[in-house]
Structure formats: structure tokens, C-alpha cells
Design a protein around this ligand. Structure first.
Ligand code: KG4
Ligand code: ZN
Length: 331
């Protein structure tokens, strides 16, 4: 079965084809970073319009590199949410229209499930059950994953998501959008410890997170009268260290609590190299292993949607109950 996957929830347009026998055949991605950079964040209307422009081109490219034609597609999966409503509607409209034209089933996929399962696409995948740390611009969650669709939420952020905290802190430090990678880069030039930032909820004995206080502490430090431009790298390094400390501690606590030895890290913040290094070190101490998606599949992409859709089709799911119902769920 060949499943076409479409992702358009935010500022990346992704198209992919996953073959249930041969694996991922191809995926194509267009990032709208340049489009939104001048505004310091994603402009929903511009995002939707760009998805409309890009989707047909990416679709054609994906087919071309695989040597397939539309008629070779057996099913279609698209991101139904969470995300920007207008942007989601572009992907869902294209998917539903293609489904009608080709006479194939169409399945809405939860964006986070795509991220969650994306490490299974790597050469050495984890096996169920595992603990998943989902760290994106919109979510920070720890889950116990027993199988496809079998997810138990262990804990999550009570305020800002980790990626959101990276982005907001980056903005405070005058860094360009998208803030996370820019902040990580600046942190390389600084040293943690010169500034002291809190590690929110580090000892809260649950699996929840809080990042808004950290951001406020950065604001206080950065607006102090004696703060200079030369201090920015040290503050960035301390922010990154604080965020990573909490993410690592809670992830290890979740492994201990569940008795599992596999941790899967998914979502954009999973691209952070310090987070990866610290998680690997902490996991090694407890003889556990950390699994990451391929770096190119860490951020939003169509491959994870095609893959999650394929697993759900294999499990017998066949799309929303009501015909012609677009299952877009922004929240
Ligand atoms: O999963 P994603 O691409 O989009 C969703 O939010 O669904 O995640 C994007 C988030 C942004 O907040 C971005 O700043 C953050 O991931 N991010 C990073 C890094 N790369 C991306 N944060 C920290 N370090 C990075 N290297
Ligand atoms: Zn995402």
C-alpha cells in the first residue's frame, strides 16, 4: 500500500509517499522561514497562501522522484491538527479532493502522532512500548507509547511549550525567527552558570513542565542596567542549560516510573544538540537508549504524516465517519 502524506499545519509544506512494504519512498519539504522572517513569527494568512502555492509543486516533485503516478496512490493521510486553521484547511482540501478524484480513502492524522512515531522511520527504530518526549513549538509532553494509538499522557507543560520558550527567549535577546536554532547557535559562544536561571518544577515529583517563569527570568536579566550585548551569549547558554536540565530530569523520571528503557524524542526542539547530548548521557547511566528521528524529520514534514497514516490504515482505520467531513481540528 502506498500512502501519500500531506503536512500543512504551520510554516512547512510537506509531501511524502510511504510504501508499507518498501518504507519511505520520497519526501519533499518547503520551509516558509524566509516568508515570515520579516514579521518575527508566522503570519497565518501568508502561511495558508503559500501552502496553496507549494502543495501542487511538491506533489509533482514527489511523484517524479519516485517514478509513480497519481493512480499508484492507495490512500491519503493529512495533518488534521493541531495547527493554524487556514493552513490545515489547505492540506485537508487537497487531500479530500484527491481522495474523491482517485477514489481512495483519506485519513486525518494528529500532527503530534506524526512526530511521536517519526523515530520509527529511522534505520534503528525503537520497539513498543517506549516513553516519548514530545518537544515542539506548541507542545511539551511525556507519554507512554504502547502501540499505534495507544498513548498515555504522563505529564505536560502547564504554560509555555519548550520550543515556544526558546522562541520567546530568542526574541528577547534580539535574535531572528525562528528563535530556537538561533538561540542554540548563540549559546555555543557563551557559558552557562555566569547567569543563574531557575529550573522550574525540577523537583515537582510529577512529569509536568513550566517554562514561562524561565522566560520571565531571562527578561529580568536582559533588562538589568548593566546587561550588555556581550552578555547575550552567556544568558542564552544558561537558558538552554536550564531548559535542557528540566527536560532531561523529567524524561529520566518517566523512564524510572514506567520501568522502560527506551526514550523517543520528537518535535522541533529534538534537533537541539545539547538536549541530545545530555539525554544520551543521562540515559546511558541507567542503561537506557534514546531514539531520535533523522535530523531532517525532526521538524514538521510529510513523511511522518504518511507513515502515521499508513500505520493507521494497516490497523484498519478508514477516515472520518461522516462522508465529506473535513476533520480539521486547530486545537
Ligand atoms: O515540531 P516543530 O517543527 O513545529 C511544531 O511546533 O509543531 O517545532 C518547532 C520548534 C520551534 O519552537 C523551534 O524554535 C524549535 O522547534 N527548534 C529548536 C531547535 N530547532 C528547532 N529549539 C531548540 N534548539 C534547536 N536546535
Ligand atoms: Zn510539529
Amino acid at each position: 500500500m502506498r500512502v501519500l502524506g500531506i503536512e500543512s499545519s504551520c510554516d512547512e509544506t510537506g509531501v511524502a509517499i510511504y510504501d508499507t512494504d518498501k518504507g519511505l519512498l520520497a519526501h519533499r519539504l518547503h520551509s516558509q522561514i524566509d516568508l515570515h522572517a520579516a514579521y518575527g513569527g508566522v503570519v497565518p494568512e501568508l502561511a495558508s497562501r503559500d501552502h496553496i502555492r507549494r502543495l501542487p509543486l511538491l506533489l509533482r516533485e514527489t511523484l517524479e522522484v519516485t517514478g509513480l503516478v497519481m493512480g499508484d496512490i492507495d490512500a491519503i493521510a493529512y495533518t488534521a491538527g493541531p495547527g493554524l486553521a487556514g493552513a490545515l484547511l489547505v492540506g485537508s482540501s487537497v487531500a479530500e479532493a484527491l481522495g474523491v478524484a482517485l477514489g481512495v480513502p483519506v485519513l486525518p492524522v494528529h500532527h503530534l502522532e506524526g512526530h511521536l512515531l517519526s523515530p520509527l522511520l529511522s534505520a534503528t527504530p525503537p520497539v513498543f512500548p517506549f516513553v516519548a518526549l514530545l518537544v515542539s513549538g506548541g507542545h511539551t509532553q511525556l507519554m507512554r507509547v504502547a502501540g499505534v494509538g495507544d498513548y498515555t499522557l504522563l505529564g505536560e507543560t502547564v504554560d509555555d511549550a519548550a520550543g515556544e520558550a526558546f522562541d520567546k527567549t530568542a526574541k528577547l535577546l534580539g535574535l531572528p525567527y525562528p528563535g530556537g536554532p538561533a538561540l542554540a547557535k548563540l549559546a555555543l559562544e557563551g557559558a552557562p552558570g555566569r547567569f543563574r536561571l531557575p529550573r522550574p518544577m525540577l523537583h515537582s515529583k510529577d512529569f509536568d513542565f513550566s517554562f514561562s517563569g524561565l522566560k520571565t527570568a531571562v527578561l529580568t536579566a536582559a533588562t538589568a542596567p548593566d546587561f550588555t550585548a556581550a552578555d547575550r551569549a552567556d544568558l542564552a547558554a544558561e537558558f538552554q542549560a536550564a531548559a535542557v536540565d528540566v527536560l532531561v530530569a523529567k524524561s529520566m523520571a518517566a523512564l524510572k516510573h514506567t520501568g522502560l528503557k527506551q526514550l523517543v524524542v520528537a518535535g522541533g526542539v529534538g534537533a537541539n544538540l545539547m538536549l541530545r547530548a545530555e539525554l544520551d548521557a543521562a540515559a546511558a547511566k541507567r542503561k537506557a537508549r534514546v531514539f531520535y528521528p533523522e535530523l531532517e524529520l525532526c521538524t514538521d514534514n510529510g513523511a511522518m504524516i504518511a507513515f502515521a497514516g499508513a500505520l493507521r490504515f494497516i490497523a484498519g482505520e478508514r477516515g472520518p465517519a461522516e462522508d465529506g467531513c473535513f476533520a480539521v481540528r486547530p486545537r
